[in-house]
Design a protein around this ligand. Structure first.
Ligand code: ATP
Ligand code: LTN
Length: 334
C-alpha cells in the first residue's frame, strides 16, 4: 500500500515505434488505473540494452515514449512516469535478486530462447538475466498488481517465485505481485498476417499501424489489410483478418463486436475497411496533436522527468535499504 492505495507497476521498452496494438492493448487501459492504484509506469531503458542500440536513437525513443505515455492520457501528476535508468535501485536490487534466482529457472524462459535465437551474435548475460531485472522493477515498488500481456506471464511467475523465496528466508520483505488482467486487453493482430500479433519489431511496415502514422498512411494500411474471400463481415475464427478489423473498430469506437457486425450487415469489405481506417484516425489524431504540443515544451517535460525520478527513487530506496539490511550489508553511517 502506498498513500492508501494498492501499488501498480508496468513498463515498456523504447525499442521500435509504438503500434496501435501497444496503444489499444496497454496504454489506453492504463489511463484510468490511477483512480484505484498508485501507478508507476517506467520507460525500461536498462532492459533495452540487452540488444545492441544506437545511443542517440535510444535516447530519442525513450523521451518519445515518455511523451507518448502523457499524450495517451496518463496524467504525470497522478502517475509516476520515469526512466528506469534514473533510479539506480533497479540495478542494485537486480544484483541481489540474481543471487536468489537459479540458472535452471532462467534457462526455461521462452523470451530468452526466442531472443537468443534472433540475436545469435550477441547472447549476452544481460539477455539471460533480463527477467531478474524485471522482478527488481516490480518488487522495488512493492507492487500489488502488474498489467502485462500474456507473453510476460512467465516473467511475472518468476518474479513471484523470487519474492516468495526471499520472503521465506528473511520474513515478509516483498509484496508478492499478481497479474492485472484488464477488462478486455484486446490482442491486435498483424494487418498482413492475422495469425501473428501486431508488433513494433515486425519487419513489414504494412503489418502495423504506428501511433505516429499520418491519416493517409493509416487509411492505406487498413485498405490493404489481408482478409478473405467470404465476402461477409462476421466475427468468427474462420475469418481472422475481418475479426481483427472488427476488434480494432470495436476498441476505437467502444461498440461491441456484435453491434459492429450489425452495423456493416450487407456492406462490402471496402466500405468496412474505410470505416476502420477513419475510426483509427479519429483515435490517433488527438494523441498526435497532444504529442506535438508536448514536444514543443521542453521545460515542462524536463520538469516531469526530474520530479518523477525523485518520486520513484524515494519509494525504491525505502525497499532497497530494507533488503540491504536483511541480506547483511553494513548500515550507512550518517
Ligand atoms: P516487440 O515487437 O519489441 O516484442 P511489442 O510491440 O510486442 O514489442 P512489448 O514492448 O512487448 O510490445 O509490449 C508492450 C505492451 O504492449 C505490453 O503490455 C503488451 O502486452 C502490449 N502489446 C503489444 N503488442 C500488442 C498487441 N498486438 N495487442 C495488444 N497488446 C499488445
Ligand atoms: N518485459 C516487458 C517490459 C517490462 C515490464 C517490467 C513490464 C520490463 N519491466 C515490469 C511490467 C513490469 C516487456 O517486454 N513488455
Amino acid at each position: 500500500m502506498l498513500n492508501g492505495k494498492k501499488v501498480l507497476f508496468s513498463g515498456m521498452q523504447a525499442t521500435g515505434n509504438l503500434t496501435l496494438g501497444n496503444y489499444l492493448g496497454a496504454l489506453k487501459n492504463w489511463v484510468n488505473l490511477c483512480e484505484e492504484y498508485e501507478c508507476f509506469y517506467s520507460v525500461v531503458d536498462l532492459h533495452s540494452i540487452t540488444v545492441r542500440q544506437d545511443p542517440t536513437i535510444l535516447r530519442q525513443r525513450a523521451r518519445k515514449l515518455l511523451m507518448i505515455y502523457i499524450a495517451a492520457g496518463i496524467d504525470p501528476e497522478k502517475n509516476c512516469l520515469y526512466y528506469q535508468s534514473h533510479v539506480s535501485g533497479h540495478a542494485e536490487l537486480a544484483w541481489i535478486l540474481n543471487c536468489f534466482t537459479y540458472m535452471g529457472e532462467l534457462n526455461r524462459m521462452t523470451q530468452f530462447k526466442d531472443k537468443a535465437a534472433k540475436h545469435a551474435d550477441n547472447i549476452n548475460a544481460g539477455l539471460f538475466t533480463y527477467p531478474v531485472l524485471m522482478a527488481a522493477d516490480i518488487l522495488l515498488y512493492q507492487a500489488d498488481v502488474v498489467p502485462v500481456g500474456i507473453d510476460q506471464m512467465q516473467h511475472l511467475e518468476l518474479t513471484r517465485d523470487i519474492a516468495q523465496r526471499f520472503n521465506g528466508v528473511y520474513g515478509d520483505v516483498f509484496t508478492v505481485p499478481e497479474a492485472y488482467i484488464g477488462k478486455v486487453g484486446a490482442k491486435i493482430m498483424s494487418l498482413q498476417d492475422p495469425a501473428k500479433k501486431m508488433s513494433k519489431s515486425d519487419e513489414n511496415p504494412h503489418a502495423s499501424i504506428y501511433l505516429m502514422d499520418d491519416p493517409d498512411t493509416i487509411m492505406r494500411k487498413c485498405k490493404r489489410a489481408v482478409t478473405d474471400s467470404e465476402g461477409q463481415i462476421l466475427y468468427r475464427e474462420e475469418q481472422p483478418g475481418i475479426r481483427n478489423l472488427i476488434d480494432i473498430y470495436s476498441a476505437c469506437t467502444g461498440k461491441r463486436p456484435e453491434e459492429v457486425v450489425k452495423e456493416f450487415d450487407g456492406k462490402g469489405y471496402g466500405d468496412f475497411k474505410t470505416a476502420v481506417g477513419e475510426a483509427v484516425v479519429s483515435v490517433l489524431k488527438p494523441l498526435q496533436a497532444r504529442y506535438e504540443e508536448l514536444n514543443k515544451d521542453k521545460t515542462y517535460i524536463d520538469g516531469i522527468i526530474k520530479a518523477n525520478a525523485e518520486k520513484a527513487s524515494y519509494t525504491a530506496t525505502k525497499t532497497l535499504r530494507k533488503v540491504q539490511r536483511k541480506v547483511g550489508f553494513p548500515d550507512r553511517v550518517r
